[in-house]
Design a protein around this ligand. Structure first.
Ligand SMILES: N[C@@H](CCC(=O)N[C@@H](CS)C(=O)NCC(=O)O)C(=O)O
Length: 277
């Protein structure tokens, strides 16, 4: 039973697949798909993953795409240790978290990361090369996001959507953990936690996580527990290069002040709308 993971360095959605495989104690081979060299658009790779994104796994010759679905697939194929509860109701609760990541936090973290790190890199390109990068993005919505954040930085509406989605997620985390914890679904770690981990970790490395969790003690306790968890370390911390870590640590603080101001403004608006919350 052979697993090949198509991945790229520090990519958040590859991180959760690695964490899941480590927790399941399955071995895998890695193939790098270099996103900076557009290898995701290589025709051979597009056959495996028609969206042209990482990760993909190939297991016994069959390709599985979409990181959330890959983690669920791994949990089905390798039942021990279980990373999903047995009850259908609790499984539905677990999927609220992966859905939240896929529908909001994923896009959100690319905006924040882009703003903090890749925007400067793109500024340094020639106009011609930059236009080519934009043209290469086949999906018009993704291209518009990318362009908006390139042009407006933290003033892009997509950055505000990111901030609002994170606010909702950490608000829900705080509330959910108040019913028990220490993990999202209670006593056992699950794919709900694993899905969220890389998205909290990226903010942490950018030096921005505390903006959302400084006043949320249960979310903070969850984050401390995550950092001490061996598969988090093995799947996210250990594979990170020194250069990647440094780039995040240097870039995040450049947008911190604007992010804090946007979050504060967003929080006041929400508080005015729902005074009881
Ligand atoms: N929903 C997909 C999202 C995959 C995705 O967006 N991957 C990013 C890296 S985290 C990517 O490959 N981007 C390629 C690009 O920007 O061209 C999943 O969870 O697998």
């Amino acid at each position: 039973m052979m697993i090949t993971l198509y991945q790229f360095g520090n990519s958040v959605c590859c991180q959760k697949v690695r964490v899941t495989m480590l927790e399941k104690r399955v071995a895998w081979d890695s193939v790098e798909v270099n996103l900076f060299r557009n290898e995701q658009y290589d025709p051979a790779y597009l056959k495996l993953n028609p969206k042209g994104v990482v990760p993909t796994i190939v297991h016994d010759g069959a390709a599985v795409i979409e990181s959330t679905l890959i983690c669920e697939y791994l949990n089905d194929v390798f039942p021990e240790p279980p990373l999903a509860p047995a009850s259908p109701l609790q499984r539905a609760e677990m999927r609220v978290w992966s859905k939240m990541v896929d529908e909001g936090l994923h896009e959100g973290i690319s905006e924040i990361s882009f703003c903090a790190m890749f925007r400067d890199r793109m500024r340094a390109m020639t106009d011609e090369l930059r236009e080519k990068r934009f043209e290469n993005i086949g999906d018009p919505r993704r291209r518009d996001r990318f362009k908006s954040t390139y042009e407006h930085g933290t003033e892009s509406p997509f950055v505000l959507y990111a901030i609002a989605n994170y606010e909702k997620a950490f608000g829900l985390l705080e509330k959910t953990l108040s019913h028990g914890g220490p993990w999202i679904l209670g006593e056992h770690v699950s794919l709900a936690d694993i899905n969220l981990m890389p998205y909290a970790a990226r903010l942490h490395y950018l030096g921005l996580l505390d903006l959302w969790i400084a006043d949320r003690p249960r979310a903070q306790a969850w984050w401390t527990r995550v950092q001490a968890w061996p598969s988090f370390h093995g799947g996210i911390v250990a594979p990170m290069s020194e250069a990647e870590r440094t780039e995040m640590q240097v870039s995040g603080p450049k947008i911190r002040e604007q992010m804090a101001a946007l979050l504060a403004a967003h929080r006041s608006k929400i508080a005015a709308l729902h005074p009881t919350h």
